[in-house]
Design a protein around this ligand. Structure first.
Ligand SMILES: [Zn+2]
Length: 442
C-alpha cells in the first residue's frame, strides 16, 4: 500500500515536473536552425538491461514539427529524448515515444536474459550551438532513467549533409499549408513491386479518404498534409514466418512480431526514417501490400497496416490512433508481452485507468453525470443510452480486471464496426493534432 502510494507520488511528481518545463517556453529562433538532425541508434536489451549505441547522424532539410511546444507537453512514452543547450544547460527540446524494445523487455526470452537489437531513429530540430542529447527510458514505476547521453556540435563535419532524395516516387495526396504548422502524414509503400506503383497510390488515397470520413479527423482535415512515397520491392507481399513464407521487400516488414500472429512491424528502423525523410513528415504509416489481416504500431514512432483485408481501413485508423495519440488498446486479450501495465501503477495512456475516484479519474470532465464507478456493463440500458455513457468500464489494456476504459465501445477496443472513437480517445487525438498543427498559428 505504502509502496503503491510512493509510486503514485513519483508519477505525479514526474508529470508535474514535465508541466513546469512546458510552461518555460523556448523561442525556436533563439536555439534552433531550420533543419533537423536524425540520429540512428541501436538499442540492445534484455528484460533488465538496456544499452544504447549511436550510429550515423544525418541532417534533414527542414524541421516539420512543432515550433511553439518544443518541450513535449504530454506524459507519453516509455522512452524519450531530451536536448539541452550546453552553454545555458537549458532543456530546449524533448519528445516521448515508444520502441519495440520496451515491449520485448516484458517477454519471456527477455526476462531470461536473451539480448536482442533494435535499430531506431530519433529526430529533433537542429540546434544553433553545442548541445547534449539524452536518451531516457522509463522504469516500471514510470520514473525516468538516462541511458545514453552525448555532447555534440552542430558544425561537426561527421553530420551527413547529403540530399534526402533517394530517387523514390513522391505522391502528394493533400497539401493545406506549411509543414511547420500542419500535421504531416506520410504513407510508405512496402511489398509493392514496380508494376504495383499505381495500386499503392490508390491504396494510400483510399486510407486517406477513410480517415477523413471519421471524427475527429473529419473536422480537422485542413490541418493535415498527406503524402505517399513509393519505393519498389523486388517481391510482392510480406514475410509470414508462421507460414514459412518470405518476401524480399523495401522495409523487410514481418508478421509474427514478438510471436504474435497478426502483429506486423519492420525491424529496419533506420531505413524506415531514411525512406520517410524524402518528404517533410511528422508521422509515418507503412502500407503493406497483403490480403492478410494485421498491423501494428509503435506509439509516437510509426504504424503499419495491410491494405487488402476487408477490415484494413479500420485497422489502419486504429493503428494510426495508437501511433499519433499514444492511445492504449481498450480490448482484453492475450499478448506475449507480460506486465505491460504493472499493478499499482497508473498508465500514462489517456484512455485507460486504474483510478476509480470520480474527482481524480483522468477523464473526469467527460464523465456522464451520476455515473457509478466502476460502471456496470448494462448501465443505461433501460434508457437505451449505453452508447453515450462515459464512466469506467472494467477491462482494457489487455487486462480483464483492475483496468478501466471510458466507454463500453470504442475503435481502440474491439468495436471496429461501426468505426467510432470514444469521446476520450477523440479528445486525445484532437490534442495531438493541435500539438502538430496549432490553431493559434493560423
Ligand atoms: Zn476509446
Amino acid at each position: 500500500m505504502v509502496k503503491n502510494l510512493l509510486r503514485i507520488l513519483l508519477i505525479c511528481w514526474s508529470i508535474v515536473s514535465m508541466e513546469c518545463h512546458a510552461q518555460d517556453s523556448i523561442a525556436y529562433d533563439a536555439f534552433f536552425q531550420d533543419q533537423a538532425l536524425r540520429i540512428e541508434l541501436f538499442l540492445f536489451g534484455t528484460g533488465s538491461d538496456l544499452k544504447v549505441v549511436p550510429g550515423k547522424i544525418v541532417q534533414e532539410p527542414i524541421w516539420p514539427g512543432p515550433r511553439n511546444q518544443l518541450v513535449f507537453p504530454f506524459p507519453y512514452g516509455k522512452n524519450a529524448i531530451r536536448v539541452y543547450d550546453l552553454d545555458s544547460d537549458r532543456l530546449i527540446y524533448s519528445f516521448g515515444f515508444d520502441t519495440l524494445y520496451s515491449e520485448y523487455a516484458t517477454t519471456e526470452p527477455a526476462s531470461q536474459g536473451k539480448w536482442k537489437a533494435f535499430p531506431i531513429s530519433v529526430r529533433f530540430p537542429k540546434p544553433k550551438s553545442r548541445f547534449r542529447i539524452e536518451f531516457l527510458s522509463r522504469r516500471k514505476d514510470n520514473h525516468w532513467e538516462t541511458i545514453w547521453s552525448e555532447s555534440m556540435k552542430p558544425s561537426d563535419k561527421n553530420i551527413r549533409r547529403e540530399g534526402v532524395d533517394l530517387g523514390d516516387t513522391v505522391f502528394e495526396l493533400q497539401k493545406t499549408g506549411d509543414p511547420n504548422d500542419r500535421l504531416d502524414l506520410v504513407f510508405l509503400a512496402e511489398g509493392y513491386t514496380d508494376s504495383e506503383k499505381e495500386k499503392f497510390h490508390a491504396d494510400a488515397q483510399r486510407m486517406t479518404q477513410y480517415m477523413f470520413e471519421h471524427e475527429p479527423f473529419r473536422r480537422h482535415r485542413g490541418k493535415f498534409n498527406v503524402s505517399a512515397v513509393f519505393r519498389p520491392s523486388s517481391e510482392s507481399g510480406v514475410d509470414e514466418p508462421d507460414q514459412r513464407r518470405y518476401r524480399n521487400t523495401a522495409l523487410g516488414a514481418s508478421f509474427n512480431t514478438l510471436e504474435i500472429d497478426r502483429y506486423l512491424l519492420t525491424d529496419q528502423g533506420h531505413t524506415l526514417r531514411e525512406y520517410a525523410a524524402q518528404v517533410p513528415y511528422d508521422s509515418v504509416v507503412v502500407l503493406v501490400n497483403s490480403k492478410r489481416y494485421g498491423g501494428g504500431a509503435i506509439c509516437l514512432d510509426y504504424c503499419v497496416s495491410t491494405v487488402d483485408d476487408p477490415k484494413s481501413e479500420a485497422v489502419f485508423l486504429h493503428e494510426f490512433a495508437h501511433s499519433i495519440a499514444y492511445l492504449a488498446d481498450e480490448y482484453i486479450g492475450s499478448v506475449t508481452y507480460n506486465d505491460i501495465y504493472p499493478e499499482g501503477v497508473e498508465p500514462v495512456e489517456p484512455n485507460i485507468t486504474r483510478e476509480l475516484d470520480p474527482a481524480k479519474i483522468k477523464w473526469k470532465d467527460a464523465l456522464t453525470t451520476g455515473v457509478p464507478l466502476p460502471t456496470p456493463k448494462d448501465f443505461g440500458a433501460a434508457t437505451q443510452e449505453t452508447a453515450s455513457i462515459v464512466g469506467a468500464f472494467e477491462g482494457g489494456g489487455y487486462l480483464k480486471t483492475g483496468m478501466y476504459r471510458p466507454e463500453k465501445s470504442c475503435a481502440m477496443g474491439s468495436g471496429l464496426d461501426p468505426f467510432r472513437f470514444c469521446i476520450v480517445c477523440e479528445k486525445a487525438i484532437e490534442q495531438m493534432i493541435e500539438y502538430y498543427a496549432p490553431s493559434t498559428d493560423k
